[in-house]
Ligand binder design. Structure first.
Ligand SMILES: *Cc1c(COP(=O)(O)O)cnc(C)c1O
Length: 350
């Protein structure tokens, strides 16, 4: 049976491609003599690779970073494998074979990965040095290993642990990278993520790897005013009702009306990334008017107070505020979590 086309989604995510491109250009400028790449892992931080990557390419980005091999194929619809780095590196022969077939470069993170890559035939790769995050990468005491000298390293990189803070660790990591880099032949050197770019040009080396700031995240205060909002979610009103004093709303009846009020049920819930920590104290909006959230956020629905808008009715759209620093502050979630938990039921439009 041939299904008809599905009706338009009741959840929409408008992606401002111009803002995304402007953010990349701002980060590229801030990178000084270095060029900016783009972290597009986790489906471009929830924005959607098919929306983000064309805008980034048009702006001038050429170097793309993902975490998993499963993230390579969607990127190859837009760029050749040679422009893709896979941050988790290679763990087994299935991955080395896939790297070779696609041309995407593994970021080698350990001596074990280096040996595996060389045994599989070697070729261009990237190399991660762990200068202090103790997460992924070659620790300084292993950097002299001859297996690393045998690699054909395109980008030699490290990753900052505390770039969003004025931490002593930033200087220490920069110094360690500059100490180790001359001992490993490489074509490009890379250290800074979004926050690292804001630390200044000492940190830019010759390739930067911004992620969250491309999508509107203010990773450090220096970026405020330079980075614009990219993601604008909207949801649909499903039903409107009047409730009387003493009546409760939603699971566990945690909101109880003090007076007669008008409430609207909206088609967004925690399954869409509108997590339960965005309940009390949050508001959606319609034409600039606040619609405070009432009671628990459910999986597929959230109820708001719409007493202020007598005309709001089923089928109308409401906006979900997505100013990332403000929403992060209010929810206790990080700007990264707000972006990457945006659900799959949104229809993305750019
Ligand atoms: C995710 C990631 C980035 C991008 O970081 P942001 O803080 O989002 O700018 C850069 N480099 C590595 C190694 C990463 O894992």
């Amino acid at each position: 049976m041939k299904l008809p086309e599905a009706p338009p989604a009741s959840l929409r995510l408008r992606i401002d491609r111009d803002a995304l491109a402007a953010n990349w250009r701002a980060l590229d400028r801030l990178s000084g003599g270095a060029r900016a790449g783009a972290a597009v892992k986790a489906d471009a931080y929830g924005v959607g690779v098919d929306h983000a990557v064309p805008a980034l390419l048009a702006a001038g980005a050429r170097d793309f970073f993902v975490a998993h091999w499963g993230e390579v194929a969607p990127l190859l619809a837009h760029v050749p494998g040679e422009q893709v780095s896979v941050l988790h590196g290679v763990l087994n022969e299935a991955e080395t074979a896939y790297a070779r077939a696609t041309g995407a470069r593994p970021v080698i993170n350990s001596l074990r990965q280096a040996a595996l890559w060389l045994e599989s035939g070697g070729g261009p790769c990237d190399l991660m040095l762990d200068t202090g995050i103790n997460r992924l990468g070659i620790p300084p005491h292993e950097a002299g290993d001859p297996r690393l000298a045998a690699l054909d390293v395109h980008v030699l990189m490290s990753h900052l642990a505390s770039a969003d803070e004025d931490a002593e660790l930033n200087r220490l990591q920069l110094a360690r990278l500059h100490q180790l880099a001359p001992t490993i032949p490489h074509r490009h050197l890379s250290l800074a993520n979004s926050a690292g770019i804001a630390l200044g040009q000492d940190y830019a080396a010759d390739l930067t790897r911004p992620g969250v700031a491309l999508y509107g995240g203010i990773a450090r205060r220096e970026l405020a005013g330079l980075i614009g909002q990219v993601v604008f979610p909207r949801a649909t009103v499903l039903q409107r009702r009047r409730i009387g004093p003493g009546e409760s709303v939603g699971y566990n009846a945690i909101f109880i009306a003090k007076r007669e009020m008008e409430v609207a049920t909206v088609s967004i819930g925690y399954a869409d990334g509108f997590l339960r920590c965005r309940g009390a104290g949050f508001a959606m909006q319609h034409q600039g008017i606040d619609l405070p959230v009432l009671g628990r956020v459910s999986m597929d629905m959230t109820v708001v107070d719409c007493s202020a808008i007598p005309s709001l009715s089923a089928g109308d759209y409401v906006e979900i505020p997505f100013d990332l620093p403000a929403e992060a502050q209010r929810s206790g979630l990080s700007q990264y979590e707000l972006l990457t938990t945006i659900g799959h039921r949104f229809s993305r439009q750019s």
